[in-house]
Design a protein around this ligand. Sequence first.
Ligand code: SAM
Length: 270
Amino acid sequence: MADDLIITVQAPAAAEELVLGAMSMAGLDEVEIRTVEETGTVLIQAYWPADLGPPPTIDLARVPGARRHPDRIVARDTWAIGWPSHQIGPVRLAPCLAEAPPPSAAPMTLHLMAGQGFGLGEHPSTRLALEALIARPRPVGPRVLDVGCGTGVLALAAMRLGATQAVAMDHDPAARAAATTNAALNDIDLTVVDDWPTTLADLVFANINPPTLRSLSAALRSALAPRGHLILSGLPTADADDVARAFAPLIPVRFDRAEGWVALTLAHGE
Ligand SMILES: C[S@@+](CC[C@H](N)C(=O)[O-])C[C@H]1O[C@@H](n2cnc3c(N)ncnc32)[C@H](O)[C@@H]1O
């Protein structure tokens, strides 16, 4: 089996566009970008299939502080090609640079197209929302609404866990495109929309910043079916109680916490 390559360039965050330009000139248009906050740098990776011949030269001469790491060899059937994949309860999130997931994927794996939309599983707010999803009583669903869907990760995971109908909504067209791609990549039926649906959902997600959550509180409450759950994420610890109050008369039934972030599960009182 041929060995493929992962090409990695590290550069100051301010030079990201210059690196992307240089990589694009070298024929590397599909990349995955990760921020390394401690050093103020970005790591930009691309996948180079061995069939294409030797890896290209990337001209980084005009990008101050940029350096190319030694190319890394990966076996062709290695599906988590770039970053470590994230295992959250029974859901594994695997970054993907190819249009089709490799056939070796485990049944509970979600493939998410790298570099498109927020929500590849690396951020605590996404992971906490998934943990809250996994922790809630089964079966999930049947109807799910994911407000601020980004990659669609939350709606797609809910579908993997037993929901039968999912609507993903985002005001950003790039996020909607990412969610549509990821639904196809995972062969999941997902309705992607730019406005609030009129039907109620048994499970509603919203992983958005606190001011937006407060402003959307009435709409989110109204979208929730009587015995449903609303999972809010994206809450720095200091904001969690205040956001919970903005959603009264829904009551908090669960708090998931990690790394200074909180996900809050709310339900109607009896
Ligand atoms: C933090 S990301 C969450 C992505 C994904 N749901 C996750 O959990 O990883 C927030 C998303 O909400 C979207 N968003 C922010 N405000 C919104 C609004 N008022 N209506 C719809 N989408 C919104 C953004 O475009 C972004 O994709």
